[in-house]
Design a protein around this ligand. Structure first.
Ligand SMILES: [Zn+2]
Length: 416
């Protein structure tokens, strides 16, 4: 364990406080040395905070899903929240039906598709006891037990984000909600309200205050695509959801809610756990319409969400949510595309593909050999770039993707 990692762990322990005592009882043998986060948490298993109010299902993919309004527990030890005692104009107690099941279906879909896990954090307290999508004051209404649960909810999300940054450098956060609005579509909350979304693409791009208040600000600032393109262009999340059969706004098909239509633009968690204020974990809030949230429809939706996320995160931000073998296939498909478009000669394409195939064969048998072969692929791409046989942009993309595959291999190995 290097120094940086030890320090990070120490601060995580301080931050989580009582929480780690609870989880340590599950996984750490008595007298164990301070352990890394990945040793403390086995991907796919359930860990609970105090009184089982908050549940964490750790992952090894660079994505976090939180369900802050999924709970039904109403312990008598926590008084019911009221507008009078909580004191906020942003006060609500309505739970988001079936969002716990939604979070679990998403976890299952990612696992079925990749053999790896997303991180999932679920609040089991009813919203009339804790609103986990508000600042602690109005969230817990001054009750110590609710404050503890709030701290654990956000502590688990922070643990997941730390783990992702350590393994992958960057990742994606999603706050899962359900809305009761009449228009049956996903409402994608990036921190931009309906009035801002009704502006033209030019207006959104011209005034930097829109980008700087967005929950994917850091990625947008680093992207060759414009802010409006990332919001509702051809590769935007809403556009891909629409193409998968799930209406969504903002998207190319439905750029903004119409005047007078209610719309949720993203709450406290989106502001705090996205990258509006910096960091390498960006994200959004997804408000799910009622018709998606029937229990029998959730598996199909979760599957579609996996496909949409897999394409969206890779295309726009270079984030890979695939197994190492799938990542190598994606790389091979990228190489094949270059050859097809005449941007790489067939001879060079064949040589690169041979290295990827060899790496894939080695994956199951000998991971070090597989990594060695991926490094050879990266060196070969570098040589082709220097000789002008492949463009610098294409070489950069292939190299970054190869690096992602190796990171995914490490994350998988660490989790064992
Ligand atoms: Zn909600």
């Amino acid at each position: 364990m290097n120094k940086h990692r030890t320090k990070r762990l120490a601060s995580a322990i301080v931050a989580l406080g009582a929480l780690l005592v609870t989880t340590a009882a599950v996984s750490a043998p008595a007298g164990a040395q301070p352990r890394t986060a990945s040793d403390d948490f086995n991907p796919g298993e359930s860990y609970f905070g105090t009184n089982d109010y908050i549940e964490y299902l750790p992952g090894n993919l660079p994505v976090v899903f939180a369900a802050p309004h999924a709970g039904s527990l109403e312990p008598s030890s926590i008084p019911a929240r009221t507008r009078e005692t909580c004191g906020s104009d942003d006060f609500a107690t309505v739970n988001d039906d079936n969002t716990e099941q939604l979070a679990r279906e998403i976890q299952s879909a990612f696992y079925e598709r990749t053999g790896m896990y997303p991180h999932v954090v679920i609040n089991h307290l009813s919203r009339n006891r804790l609103d986990a999508n508000r600042p602690i004051g109005v969230a817990a209404c001054g009750n110590a037990e609710a404050e503890q649960a709030w701290t654990e909810f956000h502590g688990f999300i922070d643990t997941a984000k730390d783990q992702i940054e350590e393994s992958y450098g960057k990742g994606w956060f999603t706050d899962l909600h359900g809305h009761g609005h009449a228009v049956q579509r996903l409402e994608l909350g990036y921190g931009l309200n309906a009035a801002a979304l009704r502006l033209s693409d030019d207006e959104l791009n011209r005034d930097p205050s829109h980008e700087s208040s967005a929950s994917f600000r850091v990625f947008s600032e680093g992207s060759p695509l414009s802010f409006a393109d990332l919001l509702r262009g051809s590769t935007a999340l809403g556009t891909l959801f629409e193409e998968a059969g799930y209406p969504a706004t903002p998207s190319q098909q439905d750029p903004a809610p119409a005047e007078g239509e209610p719309f949720f633009s993203g709450g406290y968690n989106t502001r705090v756990h996205g990258c509006m204020n910096g960091g390498q974990i960006c994200g959004l809030q997804i408000e799910h319409n009622r018709s998606i949230r029937d229990l029998e429809d959730l598996p199909d939706y979760a599957n579609a969400l996996y496909d949409v996320y897999s394409e969206y995160l890779l295309t726009n931000f270079g984030i890979l949510v695939q197994s190492p073998a799938q990542g190598l296939d994606t790389l091979a498909a990228d190489v094949a595309g270059l050859v097809q478009r005449g941007e790489l000669s067939g001879k060079h394409g064949t040589a690169l593909t041979a290295k990827l195939n060899s790496a894939k064969r080695q994956l199951e048998r000998d991971e070090r050999s597989a990594q060695k072969m991926i490094r050879a692929f990266v060196r070969h791409v570098g040589a082709l770039s220097r000789s002008g046989d492949v463009s610098a942009t294409d070489a950069e993309r292939l190299t970054a993707l190869a690096r992602r595959v190796v990171q995914t291999m490490h994350a998988q190995v660490e989790a064992r």
